[in-house]
Design a protein around this ligand. Structure first.
Ligand code: PLP
Length: 423
């Protein structure tokens, strides 16, 4: 077998997949070496004991880099988990309900054997799933806003109404959390810069209610005030690394033994979902997803050392997104943005439909032709999510400004062909 790795095809390929998605070639080459012989141990990374000093060193460095990149204060734990973002839909609600039960022992009984409200801001498909899961697990959920149901939405996501219009639970009802998703990957909806408007929450609510953020698809693309959150979590497989690990940054005072809350109406939680088990065991309660953590660690180090950290990524994200949205806005209606509120258009997942000039309605044949045109230019994975259709070009951190310029060139020539009636 040849010992050299062939990167020639991938060097010509622009991968705009929504996740799993593109990763830096340098990182994958290093990971390939590590798979064979990690750090001169003669063993591949995935062949080491997860209890070895070698792996512990890797875990420590990876956590330190996450802390440095995201400015994580000592009040918060960094946990490396499995089960994807989806498992956090359950884990966030269960662990915060447990914390609530431990800290408020009389609440359940005095509230007619009903748990505290869990507030959700439903701004896209992933928060819709999260709230459904919490309700299924028995949480008392309150949808503070469902952006499909606001004026002009016609049942579709595509805006984020101001917090003043949300129906948050009263602070006196002691909500267990307010949950939001910073970037809705399927629908291309992102909280406008600089991020979730924490300061728009009523002051007492902001101080009392734990804030939970799903940042699976935009973490490390702009700063986030971790200290102001109870939980920030993100699956690795977009801006970070391969699928397999989910990082949860959790305020330590909210990490409790859930069994202590059970007599007070708190939930029983499966062992591997209990944050306390993971914290007490340095994320090594059971065998961790070693490769995913390793490769994610390489991405963290690369961003820190070579790419200007989160500040560098923020600048590049702005450049890339404004290039493509600028083109969409000046396409004379050939490219139709699917997100109605311009300020809530995602910098990560640019979603749009394609229309014949002047017709203002999606044309699936044209969209198919666009996907084909992209493929001819080695631009791949641009189809919209199966639930919404259309086109989605994801501009995650590993997609360079130069690659985005190539996408813009293809979009421009395709648009000219549509306008000229050639398609
Ligand atoms: C914002 C967001 N949250 C949660 C998920 C679910 O993640 P997973 O597939 O890892 O469970 C995704 C997946 O794409 C996502 O984009």
């Amino acid at each position: 077998m040849s010992k050299t790795l062939d990167t020639s095809k991938r060097e010509q390929t622009i991968n705009l997949g929504a996740g799993p998605s593109s990763l830096p070639t340098s990182v994958l080459l290093e990971a390939a070496q590590g798979i064979l012989d990690y750090d001169g141990t003669g063993m591949g990374l995935v062949e080491l004991s997860h209890r070895s000093k070698t792996f512990q060193k890797l875990m420590d460095k990876t956590e330190a880099d996450v802390r440095a990149l995201l400015n994580v204060p000592d009040t918060h734990a960094v946990l490396f988990l499995q089960g994807g973002g989806t498992e956090q839909f359950s884990a966030t609600a269960l662990n915060l309900l447990a914390a609530h039960a431990v800290k408020n022992p009389d609440y359940f009984k005095s509230n007619g054997n009903k748990g505290p409200p869990c507030d959700y801001a439903v701004t896209g498909s992933w928060t819709a799933k999260a709230v459904k899961e919490a309700a299924r697990l028995g949480a008392t959920t309150n949808v503070a806003i469902d952006s499909r149901k606001v004026d002009g939405a016609n049942g579709k996501f595509g805006s984020i109404p101001p917090v003043s219009e949300w129906k948050l639970s009263p602070v006196e009802s002691k909500p267990a959390m307010l949950y939001y998703c910073d970037n809705e990957t399927v629908d291309g909806v992102e909280f406008p810069n600089p991020g979730f408007p924490i300061n728009d929450l009523p002051e007492d609510y902001r101080k009392e209610v734990p804030l939970v953020a799903d940042c699976s698809s935009n973490i490390l693309s702009r700063p986030i005030d971790v200290a102001a959150h109870a939980i920030v979590f993100f699956g690795a497989q977009k801006n970070v690394g391969p699928s397999g690990t989910t990082v949860a940054i959790v305020r330590k005072d909210l990490i409790v033994d859930p069994d202590q809350g059970v007599p007070n109406g708190g939930p029983r939680i499966p062992t591997t979902l209990v944050y306390k088990n993971m914290l007490d065991n340095g994320s090594l309660y059971n065998t961790p997803p070693m490769f995913a953590i390793y490769a994610s660690g390489l991405v963290f180090a690369d961003l820190l050392q070579n790419k200007g950290g989160v500040a560098g990524a923020t600048e590049r994200s702005e450049k890339k997104a404004s290039l493509i949205y600028g083109l969409i806005d000046n396409s004379d209606g050939v490219y139709l943005p699917t997100v109605r509120q311009a300020s809530a258009r995602s910098r990560m997942n640019v979603t749009f439909r394609i229309s014949r000039a002047g017709e203002n309605k999606p044309d699936e044949a044209l969209e198919e032709a666009f996907v084909k045109r992209c493929a001819e230019s080695n631009i791949v994975q641009v189809k919209g999510h199966r639930s919404v259709g259309g086109i989605r070009t994801s501009l995650y951190n590993a997609v360079t400004v130069e690659e985005t310029q190539k996408l813009a060139e293809v979009m421009t020539s395709f648009m000219e062909d549509v306008k000229a009636g050639k398609l």
